[in-house]
Write a protein that binds this ligand. Structure first.
Ligand code: ZN
Length: 120
C-alpha cells in the first residue's frame, strides 16, 4: 500500500519536472531536470531492493518516462523561439517577427531596406 503511493509520488515528480523543463525551454532547466532524474534513479536503488513487485513496476515506468522526454526536447527548444538580431539597429526579436533580406535578419521592412549598418 505504502509502496504504491511512493511510486505514484515519484511519477508526479517526474511529470512536474518535465513540465517545468518544457515551459522554461532553457538549456539550464534541461540540465537541472537531468540532474534531478539522476538523483531519483539513485534513490530508486534502495526502493527496488526493498520490494520485488514494487521495484519491477517502478523500473518499467521510469524507463518509459525517460524515453518519452527525449522526443519532446527539440519541440520545446523550437517553442522557446530563436531570437535573431536586427542587422541594422541590433535589436533582438523573435525569429517569426523578423524580416529576412539578403541573408540578414531585420526588425522591420524599413531596416531591411536600409540594410546592414556600417560599424564605425
Ligand atoms: Zn532594426
Amino acid at each position: 500500500m505504502g509502496k504504491l503511493i511512493f511510486w505514484f509520488v515519484i511519477g508526479l515528480v517526474i511529470l512536474t519536472v518535465a513540465r517545468i523543463a518544457a515551459r522554461a525551454g532553457a538549456r539550464g532547466a534541461q540540465q537541472q531536470a537531468r540532474e534531478q532524474a539522476r538523483q531519483q534513479q539513485a534513490g530508486r536503488g534502495p526502493g527496488a531492493n526493498g520490494g520485488a513487485n514494487g521495484g519491477a513496476n517502478g523500473g518499467a515506468n521510469g524507463g518509459t518516462h525517460g524515453g518519452a522526454s527525449r522526443p519532446g526536447r527539440p519541440a520545446a527548444v523550437q517553442q522557446a523561439e530563436q531570437m535573431v538580431r536586427c542587422a541594422h539597429c541590433g535589436i533582438h526579436l523573435p525569429r517569426s517577427e523578423a524580416v529576412l533580406s539578403a541573408g540578414e535578419t531585420y526588425c522591420g521592412q524599413e531596416h531591411a531596406r536600409l540594410g546592414v549598418a556600417r560599424q564605425r
